[in-house]
Design a protein around this ligand. Structure first.
Ligand code: MLT
Length: 240
């Protein structure tokens, strides 16, 4: 679902936010590199206010609008800036155009995860172990619209579960969106970078000279990290 299409009638047991380009890829990277937590904000002023109360050497502030870094913030939203040297032991306070809002939108679900292609296997493993009754995968899109990269990631998650459980597509999907996300992934799984070149936000990032980010975010299963919500808006890696 894109946030606008998120059903409101019934809450899921597990809700997964996806913003492959680039917010959830950045979050997975920070937690894999030893970041203490990621705390998300839709509002930049509130981010500043809350993070001011945190010890300066234990915090990092990331602000992105329109794909670019917000003035006064240490980081924009490039996962490649999140090296272990920089993030280890620190909390990332982050606000992005779409990804952090998608997370806030689902923060009341009993289980909330942030997923990207780079940590897809960890998410799948968690779902197979935990077996939540209902799962929403919420693509962040761009200002409310559909996005190829988030849909293909939802498809990558569903495809892997489908393969590992030998379930029928009908059993697994239950709706047309999941079936089409799986089809999209099946078609592009060997050229995800090629798909990102066709995606509107991929093109926006290319105009901003972010080809390396696209390459990094198009990799599948490279990080063994589960980003899971501990309190509303605060995600940690599962083992912490
Ligand atoms: C977002 O949250 O809108 C994206 O992560 C934007 C970006 O690529 O920085």
């Amino acid at each position: 679902h894109t946030p606008e299409l998120t059903p409101t009638d019934e809450a899921p047991e597990c809700a997964i936010a996806v913003d492959v380009l680039r917010a959830t890829s950045t979050m997975a990277t920070v937690l894999a590199a030893g970041g203490e937590a990621v705390q998300v904000f839709s509002d930049l002023d509130l981010l500043m206010e809350v993070s001011e109360k945190w010890p300066a050497e234990k915090r990092l502030r990331a602000g992105e609008r329109g794909g670019g870094k917000v003035d006064g913030f240490e980081l924009g939203n490039s996962p490649l800036d999140c090296t272990a040297e920089l993030v280890e032991g620190r909390r990332l306070f982050i606000s992005t155009t779409n990804g952090t809002r998608a997370l806030q939108r689902i923060q009341d679900a009993p289980i909330v995860l942030a997923a990207a292609l780079i940590n897809r296997a960890s998410v799948v493993q968690f779902l197979l172990e935990k077996q939540p009754k209902t799962v929403w995968i919420v693509g962040s899109g761009w200002e409310g619209s559909f996005s190829l990269e988030d849909t293909v990631c939802a498809g990558a998650i569903a495809h892997s579960i489908w393969q590992q459980t030998n379930s029928s597509l009908e059993e697994l999907a239950g709706n047309d969106e999941v079936a089409s996300a799986i089809a999209l992934y099946s078609q592009w799984q060997n050229d995800l970078l090629g798909l990102f070149h066709q995606a509107s936000h991929g093109k926006r990032l290319l105009r901003l000279q972010c080809l390396e980010d696209l390459k990094y975010c198009s990799q599948t299963d490279i990080l063994d990290v589960l980003a899971i919500q501990h309190e509303p808006g605060v995600l940690k890696s599962q083992n912490k």
